[in-house]
Design a protein around this ligand. Structure first.
Ligand code: GLA
Length: 381
């Protein structure tokens, strides 16, 4: 089978007629727990997928930037731009160049060819994988002194300001900072991280990722709406962000919010932050199976309070649990995408089949399932 790195190299040669000078890779992610908490200054716990985007890169003699991919073989070429000038998928690359320059760095002009096996539009951060592979390549090739801890925010600005998507810092942090065999515990206010050992195989366990293959609908508008509701709830409670409300203060906070929608949005964020902290404590003490109920509670909170699930992901969670999973939840921004289930390692096939049967009974498009092992973050190859 041709590897992604060979595919990226071949795409480079095909588009530009010579060999790339180097290859860089950055992964997609699943978020174990902590959903929509990132833009509330809260906590998240992602791990990197083995699936990744590879950028084959070489210098650009014309002093401009060019990028193509296996999905769009004709290169998009641009010079120094401002947000809005490059649109479509090329904006993700132009955005990274812009954000690096805007942070004061001299960005080397390059030609790029991209190949990826991160499923697109499945809530596994294919866009962050793209941004992070390009960012890492530009930093290395330019010899730029950009500390690791600053990089996610630069990639996030590309997406927020240049592409115009109001996302938090979860995806770029995961793609850049995750380590093999670890889950990344990130405080999205201070950017403090802790690498939590996450070797499920040693416990006889596995994470099954189930792609619901549900069509993503209203994702952008609904995401922005959730963000606005959270900000409105924080403002009404007189705190900088919902992160500043603890579960001990929950009842009082809910009493002070007079809008039922805001109350439920706030309850999701406040309880979800606590579930991340509880999950981290259990993992630190090696009590991995016990995180199951927290995962399932997170799903119920996303379904009932944050209202970001769809029938396909609810059915996947329910049937995985009925098949014996310790816990299961949707992962990512929502409105489709993937579910993760914590299972005994020898139950992967049985669980995947149980979900597939439930989908068939309801007439849903068949799901795609695989066991995910925590892979490395962005790197030169
Ligand atoms: C998307 C966004 C992230 C985060 C998640 C939800 O993946 O890009 O910033 O908000 O949704 O946790």
């Amino acid at each position: 089978m041709t590897s992604i790195r060979e595919t990226a190299t071949a795409a480079f040669i095909e588009a530009y007629g010579d060999e790339p000078t180097g290859l860089w890779a950055a992964p997609g992610r699943v978020n174990l727990i902590g959903e929509h908490t990132d833009y509330n200054d809260g906590f998240v716990l992602p791990f990197a997928l083995p699936q990744r985007t590879v950028a084959a890169v070489g210098p650009a003699p014309d002093g401009r930037w060019s990028v193509c991919s296996t999905l769009a073989p004709d290169p998009v070429t641009f010079g120094v731009t401002e947000p809005g000038e490059v649109t479509g998928w090329g904006a993700y690359v132009a955005g990274v160049v812009w954000a690096l320059r805007d942070a004061g760095f001299e960005v080397p002009p390059v030609r790029i060819a991209l190949a990826s096996d991160v499923p697109l539009g499945s809530g596994l951060s294919s866009s962050a994988a793209l941004e992070s592979s390009v960012l890492t390549a530009l930093i290395d090739l330019g010899g730029l002194d950009v500390p690791l801890e600053r990089r996610p925010a630069i990639a996030q600005r590309a997406e927020n300001v240049y592409v115009g998507a109001p996302t938090g810092i979860l995806d770029q942090s995961a793609s850049i900072r995750c380590l093999q065999g670890r889950a990344l515990f990130l405080d999205c206010r201070s950017y403090r991280i802790e690498q939590i050992p996450f070797d499920l195989a040693a416990e006889g366990l596995a994470i099954l990722v189930i792609n619901s293959n549900a069509p993503h609908q209203h994702v952008d508008g609904e995401y922005g709406e959730r963000r606005k509701s959270c900000e409105a709830a924080a403002a009404a409670l007189g705190v900088p962000a919902l992160r500043d409300v603890s579960t001990a203060e929950l009842d009082d906070a809910l009493r002070r919010l007079d809008d039922d929608v805001l109350r439920r949005r706030a309850r999701h964020i406040i309880t979800e932050n606590q579930r991340v902290l509880d999950t981290v404590s259990l993992l630190r003490s090696g009590r991995v199976r016990e995180i199951g109920p927290l995962l399932t509670a997170s799903h119920a909170s996303m379904r009932d309070d944050f209202e970001i699930t769809v029938a396909q992901v609810d059915v996947a969670v329910q049937s995985a649990l009925e098949a014996g999973a310790y816990g299961a939840r949707m992962t990512g921004g929502g409105f489709g995408g993937c579910v993760l289930a914590l299972i005994d390692a020898d139950r992967a096939e049985a669980t995947a089949t149980a979900v597939a049967v439930a989908y068939e009974e309801r007439g849903f498009t068949a799901p795609t399932s695989w066991v995910a092992v925590a892979g490395p973050g962005a790197t030169a190859l």
